[in-house]
Write a protein that binds this ligand. Structure first.
Ligand SMILES: [Zn+2]
Length: 79
C-alpha cells in the first residue's frame, strides 16, 4: 500500500544503504526517478543516497531528465 501517494517502489525493510557505487553509508535520502522509455509515467524508481552522494546522484538522474524529487528515507514505503 502506498500510503503517502509517492508512487514509489517499496524499499527494503531493514537497513537502507546508499545506492552510490562502493558506498556503504546509511541512506538518508530517497531519490525518486522515472525513465519514460522503461517505466509508465506514474512509476517511481527509488535510489537511496547518503548525505555525501545525494547531490551527485541527483545530477546523474537530472542530466537524463529522470529525476523527479528527493524525499527523506522516513517518507519511503518499506517492503
Ligand atoms: Zn553514499
Amino acid at each position: 500500500m502506498d500510503v503517502l501517494g509517492l508512487g514509489a517502489d517499496p524499499v527494503a525493510a531493514d537497513a537502507l544503504v546508499c545506492s552510490a557505487k562502493g558506498c556503504r553509508a546509511d541512506a538518508r535520502w530517497g531519490l525518486l526517478w522515472n525513465n519514460p522509455k522503461l517505466h509508465t509515467p506514474d512509476r517511481r524508481k527509488v535510489w537511496l543516497a547518503c548525505d555525501d552522494h545525494r547531490e551527485h546522484l541527483e545530477q546523474f538522474l537530472g542530466a537524463r531528465s529522470f529525476w523527479k524529487r528527493t524525499v527523506g528515507v522516513d517518507e519511503l514505503e518499506r517492503a
